[in-house]
Design a protein. Structure first.
Length: 220
């Protein structure tokens, strides 16, 4: 029987460990999406992933840890999409439309992740990543710039304004996913863009925004 040196076994063991972790994550996404945070059962996730309960705990200490990891990965994916959309359209003056379209596209392709991110039953104490943090931070910087330059009313609080706008966008997109017969994707995108532009700044060449996006890109 051929014996492999220890240094050759280690990479294979590492790959297998990562594959098992990914199986658990994918099973967790389906479980959290179908049953919510409180309805998700670790035993069911382990069974669907094809591993023992004990193996689950080798990768995640509890359901909160798995939930946090799922949302963290989703946040990185969404942030990457937003960065690409803004960067590609920065000189065309359509970055705001492109950013909203990136959110819509993400929601269409990742319905389970959207359902998980919008689950209000998740305990506040759960140290989870904010899936929409990059988009909120981007809008905050735009609003700060707008207030400073006089394009936005000085009474607008940047974070409140950003969260209000993003909350509106997410609520409408979530509604649209379940009611596609009531509006086309283009109508959805055009309406949300007009609503944003009705009180947002129009200058797309903002150094602070590009700097912020670069910071997010470096985290991915």
């Amino acid at each position: 029987m051929t014996k492999f040196p220890a240094e050759e076994k280690s990479p294979l063991k590492g790959r297998l460990k990562e594959e098992i972790r990914q199986l658990i994550i994918h099973a967790g996404i389906r479980a959290f999406s179908d049953y919510g945070f409180h309805g998700m059962k670790i035993a069911a996730v382990a069974r669907e992933a094809g591993v023992a309960n004990g193996t689950f705990y080798l990768h995640f200490r509890d359901k909160e840890a798995l939930h946090s990891e799922i949302v963290r990965l989703a946040a990185a994916k969404l942030a990457s999409s937003i960065f690409a959309a803004h960067n590609y359209n920065a000189t065309s003056g359509n970055s705001d439309r492109a950013e909203i379209e990136a959110v819509i596209d993400f929601a269409e392709k990742n319905k389970d992740l959207m359902r998980i991110a919008l689950d209000n039953s998740v305990p506040d104490s759960n140290d989870k990543a904010d899936l929409f943090k990059p988009l909120i931070e981007l809008r905050m910087e735009e609003l700060k710039k707008g207030v400073k330059d006089g394009h936005i009313h000085h009474g607008i609080h940047p974070e409140i304004g950003a969260r209000a706008e993003i909350g509106m966008i997410l609520s409408v997109v979530n509604w649209w996913l379940a009611n596609r017969n009531k509006a086309t994707k283009e109508q959805l995108l055009t309406t949300l863009t007009h609503l944003r532009r009705s009180w947002a700044i129009t200058d797309s060449n903002i150094d602070d925004i590009d700097s912020l996006l670069s910071q997010w890109d470096s985290r991915l």
